[in-house]
Design a protein around this ligand. Structure first.
Ligand code: ATP
Length: 661
C-alpha cells in the first residue's frame, strides 16, 4: 500500500508553498516530539535489535536456496505493506547476514538500533567513528526492498565514491542495484545512476539535479502531465531523478544546517560587455576608499557600511559618469560589493587561483568547487581583484536552498556524530527529531588541554614544539587548519624544523591523492596537516604499533565557526573505543576573534603575553573565544531563518505566474 502511494506519481515529492503558520508549527513540533518518545524510545530500539538477532539465528539454519526464497517473499511483503516493524526485523537480519558473508562485517546491535531509527525518518546521533557508513546500509537496503528509490547523501564526492564502492557488493548480494553520481557525470550517466535502487551522491549534486528537473518539467508537474510526457518520451529525455522518496543524509548537521545558508542556483550566461566595465569601475572606486573615513566594517554580519564621507566621495566621483552610476542605490551597492570582494574574501581561504581562474573553496568541506561561482557579480569582482580574465556574468534560472529541498522528501532521515546541538532547528525546519544511540564501546579519547596564545607567531611555535614532542613517542599527529594559507604556513615552519609531513587541502584534492594521504595518516610518526577536508567522514586507520603507543593525536589550531566542526575534527581520533587524544592551540589573531570585542581582546593579549600559563588568564581567553563562536553560530542561525522566509515568499509569488522555482 505504502509503496503504491509513493509511486502514485512519477515524481513523488512533498510540496509545500506556504510557510507553516504558528498553530501548524506547534502541531509539527508536538508530533515530532511524540515520535521521538514513542518510536525513538530506547527500550523499543533494544527490543528491535534483539528481534533482529533472533531472526538472524533462524535464518542461519536455512539453506542458500531457502534463504533466497525467504528474501524474495519478504521483498513482496515489504512492497505490499511497506516497511512495517513486523517485517523490518527479518529484513535487517538478511542484510546483516549478507554483510558478514560479503564484507566480513556484522552490524553491531547499536548499528541495528541506528538503522531502525533511520527507517522511521529520524535523525540519529551516533558518535564519530561508530560506523555510520555501515549503519546506513540497513535502512537503504530495506527501504529499497520496500520499493523506494533511495538516495544516500554524503558531504563530498570522495566519500560518495568510497561508500558506494565499499557497499555496492553488499547491495548486489541482496539483489539491489547501487551507483554513485559524480559531480562531472554526464546526464545519461546521472539518469542511469538515479534509476538504481540506491544512489550515493552529495547534497549539492542532488539539489542541482533536482533544479534541472524542475526547469525541464516547468509547470508540468501534475500527474496527468507526467503521464502524458512519459508517453511522448519527453519525460525520459529530460528528467534525471526518480522523485524525492527516501533519503539518508550522512553528516546531517553539515548538509542540513551548515550548508543551508547559501541557496543553490542554476544560471545561464548573461550579457557581458557593459557589465564588465561596470564591475571594473566599482572595483576602482572601492580601492580608492579609505577605511573609517569612507566605510566601516560591521563585524556582526560580515559586511560594510558607507560613511557620510564615503557617500559624498562616490557622488562626486559619479558626476562625470553615465548610466547606472547616476543611480545612487546601484552605485553604492556595487561599491559595497567590491569592498566585500576586496576585504572579506581571502585568497587561499575562500578561493584559490588555478589556471587563471577563481575556484571557490567550500568553507565546510575545504574542497575546491571548480564549476561553482558566486552570484550577483561577486565572482567577477574577485576576478578583477586577482587580475584574471573575467567570466561572463550569470543570470539566475532557478534557485532553491537545502532547507526547502530536503523538506520535500517523502521520508527524510539523517545521521551524524554532532547533531544534538541543532536538534531544535532540525525539528522546526525539517520536522524531524534527533535520537541519540550510545557507542558500541566506551570512548578512550583524552583531551590534553586547550591553550590560547597571544598571537599567531606564538601559536605556530607551540604547535611545532608539540608535534616534535609527540614524534618522540612515535605517535601520528593530525593538525587541523582553517585555511589553505595556514596549512601552507605551518608546512613551511615544519620544513624549517626538519619535520617530515604531508599536507591535505583543496589544491590537491584528487580522490587518489587524498585516499593515499588518509591511508598514511595513521602510521607511526606520520604528521598530517589538513584543512576541513579531513574533518568529516575521514576514517584514519591505525597501525598496530600506533594503537599501543596511544593512538592518533589531533591538534586543533583554530576554532571553527561552530563547535560541531571542531568536534568532528577531534572525532578523527579515539574511534570505536580505540585510544587517542587531542588538544587545542589557538591564538587571539584567529579569524573567529579578529573582529570580536577588540578592547577585551587587547586586555587578554596583554595578560597572555605576561602570564601565558596562568590558569585564570587561560580560562578568560577560552571563555572569550567561546563567546565569539556562540555569536557566529547565532548569526548563522538567523541567516538561515531569513533565507527560508524569503524563499517561501518568493515561491508564493512565483506560483501565481505558474513557475515553480
Ligand atoms: N560492525 C562493524 N564491525 C567492524 N568494524 C566496523 C563495523 N562498523 C564500522 N566499522 C569500522 O569502523 C570504522 C569507522 O566507520 P565509519 O567511517 O563509517 O564511521 P563514521 O561513524 O561514519 O565516522 P564519522 O562520524 O567520522 O564519519 C571503519 O573502519 C569501519 O570499517
Amino acid at each position: 500500500m505504502f509503496a503504491l502511494l509513493a509511486r502514485g506519481t512519477r515524481y513523488p515529492q512533498r510540496m509545500e508553498w506556504e510557510e507553516r503558520r504558528f498553530l501548524d508549527r506547534v502541531w509539527d513540533r508536538s508530533a515530532s516530539f511524540l515520535r521521538r518518545w514513542s518510536v525513538g524510545a530506547s527500550w523499543r530500539q533494544r527490543r528491535f535489535a534483539a528481534a533482529v538477532l533472533d531472526a538472524e539465528q533462524e535464518l542461519k539454519g536455512l539453506e542458500a536456496n531457502a534463504l533466497a526464497e525467504d528474501l524474495q517473499s519478504l521483498r513482496y511483503a515489504l512492497r505490499r505493506d511497506g516497511p512495517l516493524d513486523s517485517l523490518l526485523a527479518r529484513a535487517f537480519a538478511h542484510v546483516r547476514l549478507k554483510s558478514v558473508e560479503i564484507l566480513g562485517l556484522a552490524h553491531y546491535p547499536v548499528q541495528l538500533r541506528g538503522g531502525y531509527l533511520l527507517t522511521q525518518g529520524l535523525l540519529v546521533e551516533m558518535d564519530t567513528g561508530e560506523g555510520k557508513t555501515l549503519t546506513a546500509t540497513l535502512p537503504a537496503a530495506v527501504m529499497a526492498l520496500s520499493g523506494y528509490q533511495v538516495q544516500v547523501v554524503t558531504v563530498n564526492n570522495y566519500l560518495a565514491e568510497r561508500d558506494c564502492e565499499q557497499m555496492s557488493p553488499l547491495f548486489a548480494g541482496l539483489g539491489l542495484s547501487c551507483s554513485v553520481v559524480r559531480e562531472d557525470s554526464e546526464p545519461p550517466e546521472r539518469q542511469a545512476a538515479y534509476a538504481c535502487d540506491i544512489t550515493y551522491c552529495t547534497g549539492k549534486t542532488l539539489t542541482f539535479d533536482y533544479l534541472k528537473d524542475r526547469i525541464a518539467m516547468q509547470a508540468r508537474v501534475r500527474p496527468l502531465h507526467m503521464f502524458m510526457d512519459s508517453f511522448t518520451g519527453r519525460w525520459q529525455r529530460n528528467v534525471l531523478l526518480p522523485g524525492l522518496q527516501y533519503v539518508v543524509v550522512d553528516e546531517a548537521d553539515s548538509v542540513l544546517i551548515d550548508e543551508a545558508r547559501t541557496p543553490l542556483i542554476i544560471s545561464a550566461v548573461g550579457d557581458s560587455e557593459s557589465e564588465e566595465a561596470f564591475y571594473r569601475q566599482a572595483m576602482e572606486l572601492a580601492r580608492q576608499l579609505e577605511p573609517e573615513a569612507h566605510f566601516l566594517r560591521d563585524p556582526d554580519v560580515r559586511s560594510f557600511d558607507l560613511t557620510r564621507g564615503g557617500r559624498a566621495y562616490l557622488e562626486a566621483a559619479a558626476t562625470d559618469m553615465s548610466g547606472l552610476w547616476r543611480n545612487t542605490y546601484r552605485r553604492e551597492e556595487a561599491v559595497l560589493q567590491a569592498l566585500s570582494a576586496l576585504y572579506l574574501f581571502n585568497r587561499d581561504q575562500h578561493y584559490i587561483v588555478a589556471d587563471e581562474k577563481i575556484v571557490i573553496v567550500d568553507e565546510h568541506t575545504g574542497r575546491s568547487m571548480p564549476d561553482r561561482s558566486w552570484e550577483r557579480g561577486m565572482h567577477q569582482l574577485i576576478e578583477i581583484k586577482e587580475d584574471v580574465p573575467l567570466s561572463p556574468p550569470r543570470l539566475t534560472l532557478a534557485k532553491i536552498s537545502f532547507q526547502l529541498f530536503f523538506q520535500r522528501y517523502l521520508r527524510l532521515a539523517g545521521m551524524s556524530g554532532t547533531v544534538r546541538e541543532v536538534g531544535r532547528e532540525m525539528r522546526g525546519v525539517y520536522k524531524v527529531s534527533v535520537v541519540r544511540v550510545p557507542p558500541h564501546r566506551p570512548s578512550q579519547r583524552r583531551c590534553l588541554g586547550r591553550f590560547v596564545c597571544a598571537d599567531a607567531e606564538q601559536k605556530w611555535e607551540r604547535v611545532v614544539q608539540r608535534i616534535q614532542t609527540l614524534l618522540t613517542q612515535q605517535r601520528p599527529v593530525l593538525v587541523g587548519t582553517q585555511s589553505i594559507a595556514n596549512a601552507d604556513r605551518l608546512s613551511a615552519y615544519l620544513h624549517e624544523a626538519g619535520v617530515v609531513h604531508q599536507v591535505l587541502h583543496a589544491r590537491q584534492d584528487e580522490a587518489e591523492a587524498e585516499a593515499n594521504i588518509v591511508a598514511r595518516a595513521g602510521q607511526e610518526g606520520q604528521v598530517t596537516i589538513a584543512t576541513n577536508m579531513a574533518g568529516r567522514g575521514t576514517d584514519i586507520k591505525l597501525s598496530a604499533e600506533v594503537a599501543t603507543a596511544g593512538g592518533l593525536h589531533v591538534i586543533l589550531t583554530e576554532r571553527h565557526e561552530n563547535r560541531r566542526i571542531d568536534r568532528q575534527l577531534i572525532g578523527r581520533c579515539g574511534r570505536q573505543g580505540e585510544p587517542g587524544s587531542w588538544e587545542e592551540i589557538s591564538s587571539l589573531d584567529d579569524e573567529l576573534v579578529k573582529h570580536f570585542w577588540a578592547p577585551v581582546r587587547d586586555v587578554l593579549r596583554t595578560g597572555l603575553r605576561q602570564w601565558p600559563e596562568r590558569a585564570v588568564v587561560q580560562w578568560s581567553a577560552r571563555v572569550y573565544y567561546r563567546l565569539a563562536q556562540i555569536r557566529v553560530e547565532r548569526q548563522h542561525r538567523r541567516i538561515r531563518a531569513r533565507l527560508l522566509r524569503a524563499e517561501f515568499k518568493l515561491r508564493r509569488s512565483l506560483s501565481f505566474s505558474g513557475r515553480m522555482e
